[in-house]
Ligand binder design. Structure first.
Ligand SMILES: [Zn+2]
Ligand SMILES: [Zn+2]
Length: 157
C-alpha cells in the first residue's frame, strides 16, 4: 500500500457534514445484508469502523433513525447521504466508504451478510465471506411495526 492520508477525513455529498479520525480504521467490511441493501437502496454497503476515541464530527449535525433494534443510522438531513451506523453498546462508529475523501486508501477486508447477496452480483475477489443472518430479525421487526412505530412517534413529536 502507498501513503495513506492522515487524519482520515470525509463527509456527506453536500458538505454540510464532515468528520475526521486521527486513527486508521478498525476494519473495512462489505455487508450484503437486507438492512444494508434497503438502507442504501443498493446491493451492499462497504462500512469502515473507526475507534470511537479517535473519531469526531468537525462540521454539521447528523440526523438519526433506529434501523434495527440493535443499531441506529445517521444521515445528512440536507442531502440525504447515509453517514454512519452505531451499534448499541458500541462506541466505535461505522461510516460508509464512499463518504471518505480517500476511499482508495482503505481496501476491503471481507464480506458479511453473504446469505442475502443478489445471485447475479458476482464477487470478484477471494476475500473471506461470512453469513450474518439478519433477515429473520428484519422480518420480525417489520411484523412488530418497528419501523412505522418509530415514524409515527417522530411525526407526533
Ligand atoms: Zn449533506
Ligand atoms: Zn448489513
Amino acid at each position: 500500500m502507498g501513503e495513506k492520508t492522515m487524519p482520515v477525513t470525509g463527509g456527506c455529498l453536500c458538505g454540510a457534514i464532515r468528520y475526521e479520525s486521527t486513527e486508521p480504521p478498525n476494519w473495512v467490511v462489505c455487508c450484503h445484508c437486507r438492512i444494508c441493501q434497503q438502507a442504501h437502496g443498493q446491493l451492499f454497503d462497504v462500512g469502515v469502523e473507526f475507534p470511537g476515541e479517535a473519531f469526531r464530527y468537525t462540521k454539521g449535525e447528523v440526523t438519526y433513525y433506529q434501523s434495527s433494534p440493535w443499531a441506529k443510522r445517521g444521515f445528512c438531513a440536507n442531502c440525504g447521504s447515509p453517514v454512519d451506523t452505531w451499534y448499541k453498546d458500541d462506541s466505535d462508529p461505522i461510516v460508509h466508504i464512499g463518504s471518505l475523501d480517500h476511499p482508495e486508501d482503505w481496501p476491503l477486508e471481507r464480506h458479511v451478510g453473504i446469505e442475502s447477496k443478489v445471485p447475479w452480483h458476482v464477487i470478484g475477489d477471494d476475500l473471506p465471506q461470512r453469513q450474518t443472518d439478519v433477515s429473520k430479525h428484519v422480518e420480525a421487526a417489520k411484523a412488530q411495526e418497528f419501523y412505522s412505530a418509530r415514524e409515527s412517534s417522530r411525526l407526533g413529536g
